[in-house]
Design a protein around this ligand. Structure first.
Ligand code: M6R
Length: 365
């Protein structure tokens, strides 16, 4: 049932092109996103929203941080993201004109369910973005947007993260379009590129042997620092979480610009720094953070676009991914980080599919 792969996690990583493709399927027609057939929220409801809150735990929270930036870019809504275990106890202003999106692979995470009860009591419109139709979360929300990822067995979430970001991009595009805030002059460029993303994910997967080689060089490091800016910051967080969960290596992720506010003190030649550096509007800033880390003799592992010679000369190692539009880089940059974590854990002889102390779904507080 592992389809010839040694672990479910690796099988699921390799399914991600397909997951993205299936999650897009039937949701784009005539060059435009259309979710009207499956969401019950009507145009009037979508126009009446003032704010959107994205609430989740773990990897689903990191997918939400990516979506936060996309909602900010394409819509005029006030966007807020929170961890469910915080949201359920704080005094956020949740009003009937707030759309609260609960992102949960399983739809059974206790804190996310409690946060949903709170939002419901405040009269907010609740939408579940989940992989499990019929889950508690799906049943309790006003609306459901499904990821089409298929069952995920590995405790470390990989393909469901891909499904989540795909679904969340579609949602942001759809709401933005209905509200008239979507950059319509870019619609065909954005949709065409989104449809190319599954192929680009598959191209990264074909380079697994290069990532495996790199993983063997760093498998016995004790600490890692992951950096990224803008939309690449949540990718850095997710890459570090994958490494922590399955290899038990201490990995910290920081917004690259925060480095000099503290974590730079950690850097020395024994702390590899993984930098997510796609060529986007923050690229130059990220390169200067690489310089700062290099000056302290940290080995630099960068994730960047094919053909980026500057990055190749500045970093010690580059994991290349096919270039894409600035908005879509997380789809491709996260994949080498998942594979890197997997191969590091494998070299260390860890229990990859069932890491210690972790459960697939956290149904208690
Ligand atoms: O089922 P959920 O998406 O609600 O689960 C949330 C987290 O428990 C989950 O993402 C966890 O962080 C994973 N182990 C990440 O790999």
């Amino acid at each position: 049932e592992r389809g010839g792969y040694p672990h479910f996690m690796l099988k699921e990583i390799h399914e991600q092109g397909g997951v993205c493709r299936s999650t897009l399927k039937g949701r784009i027609s005539g060059g435009s996103v259309d979710l009207s057939g499956e969401l019950s929220m009507d145009e009037h409801t979508m126009i009446s929203f003032r704010a959107v809150h994205l609430i989740a735990c773990g990897t689903s929270y990191y997918a939400s941080l990516i979506a936060e930036r996309i909602f900010e870019r394409w819509t005029d809504l006030d966007v807020k993201v929170d961890i469910a275990s915080e949201y359920r106890y704080r005094d956020s202003k949740i009003t009937p004109d707030t759309l609260v999106v609960f992102v949960s692979q399983s739809g059974e995470t206790a804190d996310t369910l409690a946060a949903q009860r709170k939002a419901r009591a405040c009269g907010a419109y609740c939408l579940a973005v989940t992989n499990v139709q019929g889950s508690t979360l799906a049943r309790c929300c006003d609306d459901v947007l499904l990821l089409k990822a298929g069952p995920e067995i590995g405790v470390a979430a990989t393909k469901t993260f891909m499904g989540q970001i795909t679904a969340l991009y579609l949602l942001a595009m759809y709401i933005a379009k209905v509200r008239g805030t979507f950059p319509i002059e870019r619609e065909s460029e954005l949709i065409d590129e989104l449809l190319q993303i599954p192929y680009k994910i598959e191209t990264v997967l074909e380079r697994e042997h290069l990532i495996e080689e790199l993983a063997s060089k760093f498998a016995f490091s004790q600490n890692f620092l992951y950096l990224g800016r803008g939309i690449s910051f949540p990718v850095a967080l997710e890459g570090a979480l994958k490494l922590k969960e399955i290899s038990y290596i201490h990995a910290e992720a920081y917004a690259a610009g925060e480095m000099k506010h503290g974590p730079i003190a950690l850097i020395d030649p024994n702390v590899p720094v993984v930098v997510v550096a796609p060529k986007d509007s923050l690229y130059e800033k990220t390169l200067s953070n690489i310089q700062e880390a290099k000056a302290r003799h940290a080995p630099i592992i960068a994730v960047g676009f094919d053909g980026d010679e500057r990055l190749a000369s500045d970093a010690d190692h580059v994991l290349c991914v096919p270039p894409t539009l600035e908005e879509f880089s997380p789809f491709v940059t996260v994949v080498p980080l998942q594979l890197f974590a997997y191969h590091v854990a494998k070299k260390r002889g860890c229990e990859i599919d069932k890491p210690r102390n972790l459960a697939k779904s956290v149904t208690v507080e």
